[in-house]
Design a binder for this molecule. Structure first.
Ligand code: GLA
Length: 371
């Protein structure tokens, strides 16, 4: 009965607001690729994809495609603190549970994302009446959130991004300089505490610190120093997640290898957790490009760019395979091309994934599965 109900949900209709990024072509899916990602990486590590509830429910084709190609999923937004506990003490499990049920039904591994994300916590967590919450209250709220969520998905999520994006790009400034922030109220301690609460809630889960900007050595090294300090203090952190939202310039192979080695030498699992290779550059003249900087960039998805993108993917996956045991997973931030946050702002496609918007394999797919 449960299965039946979920099937109805999967095949249900879609809200009008979401129509922009859903291609009708996704309804007609050919699932014929010679070797799936799941098969190709069986002896290495799980290759997963972030997926949203709406994408799964949009089309049974998408659900079948994801479960056939990928070994795991990351719930794209449904498990984020703001979504799960928008109001204190009132948890909304509806969509989050459906994601978990989908994964369990298809034997997909779940990366839990994310328990604490300083940039996107629900506002109430910082408040006490009309003023700012104190440290004790804030930590207590974090503990309640982490414990409640992890216990619900115990045995379903094998790992968690316990803390996401806590370290700023600013050097050598504090981790986060906003006044109503976890950092300003509780100092760095909230990070160690979050890992301790998570370990208590599910001692079997692998606990990750997840962040962006590893391609900038200053930020990478700042994260490294911070995690080294946590490890030395005995904080139960097991892994580092490199988001890896990268551009068409890619990352140098030796830099990627060095980064994997550095974190692995700290005793951490290394995962690429949100990988995508946009057809636009990520930086120019030492500056990170934002959506508005890209407005003038050439949007043509030429054969040459497809090849360049495929070559970058090929190198990244090869380095990760050669680092088997150190690298314990790669997750793409979508299972197939669709306008991500950058593209939506730009209203331009950036085609960053291994399959196109019709779920057909691209050059990049073959470059990571033919080996
Ligand atoms: C960060 C978060 C993800 C997602 C992206 C934007 O990388 O970790 O959950 O929100 O930003 O798509």
């Amino acid at each position: 009965m449960k299965r039946f109900l979920f099937l109805i949900i999967l095949t249900g209709t879609v809200g009008a607001g979401a129509v922009y990024y859903r291609s009708a072509a996704q309804q007609h899916v050919s699932l014929n690729t010679p070797k799936t990602l799941k098969e190709a990486y069986r002896n290495y590590f799980p290759v997963g994809a972030a997926v949203g509830y709406d994408a799964l429910t949009d089309s049974p084709g998408v659900a079948a495609f994801i479960s056939r190609q990928y070994a795991g999923i990351t719930p794209e937004n449904e498990w984020k603190p703001k979504r799960l506990q928008a109001k204190e003490g009132i948890f909304d499990w509806q969509k989050a549970d459906k994601m978990a049920d989908f994964a369990v039904q298809h034997h997909l591994k779940i990366r839990g994302h994310t328990l604490v994300w300083p940039l996107q916590m629900p506002g109430w967590i910082y408040r006490d009446g009309d003023g700012l919450a104190g440290k004790t209250l804030l930590l207590q709220r974090l503990k309640t959130h982490i414990t409640t969520v992890m216990q619900r998905y115990k045995g379903k999520a094998y790992c968690w991004d316990v803390v996401n994006e806590a370290i700023s790009y600013v050097y050598p400034d504090p981790l986060d300089a906003r006044t109503d922030s976890l950092y300003m109220i509780a100092g760095e301690e909230y990070i160690a505490k979050a890992f301790e609460y998570a370990h208590e809630a599910d001692p079997d889960a692998r606990l990750f610190y997840n962040d962006n900007g590893f391609e900038w050595s200053k930020k990478r090294d700042k994260i490294y120093r911070f995690l080294k300090k946590l490890k030395a203090a005995g904080v139960p952190v097991n892994g580092v997640g490199m988001q890896a939202h990268w551009g068409i310039e890619g990352v140098p192979e030796n830099y990627l290898r060095e980064t994997i080695e550095m974190f692995s030498d700290l005793g951490l699992d290394v995962q690429l957790t949100e990988l995508d290779i946009s057809l636009y550059p990520k930086r120019k003249a030492g500056k990170i490009l934002n959506a508005h900087d890209l407005a003038g960039e050439d949007a043509a998805y030429t054969e040459e760019k497809k090849q360049r993108q495929a070559d970058i993917y090929k190198m990244i996956f090869r380095v990760c395979r050669e680092s088997k045991g150190k690298v314990t997973g790669i997750t793409l931030w979508s299972g197939y091309d669709w306008p991500n946050y950058l593209t939506k702002k730009l209203r331009k496609e950036n085609h960053p994934y291994l399959f196109d918007e019709k779920l057909q394999p691209k050059k990049a797919f073959y470059s990571v599965t033919d080996f």
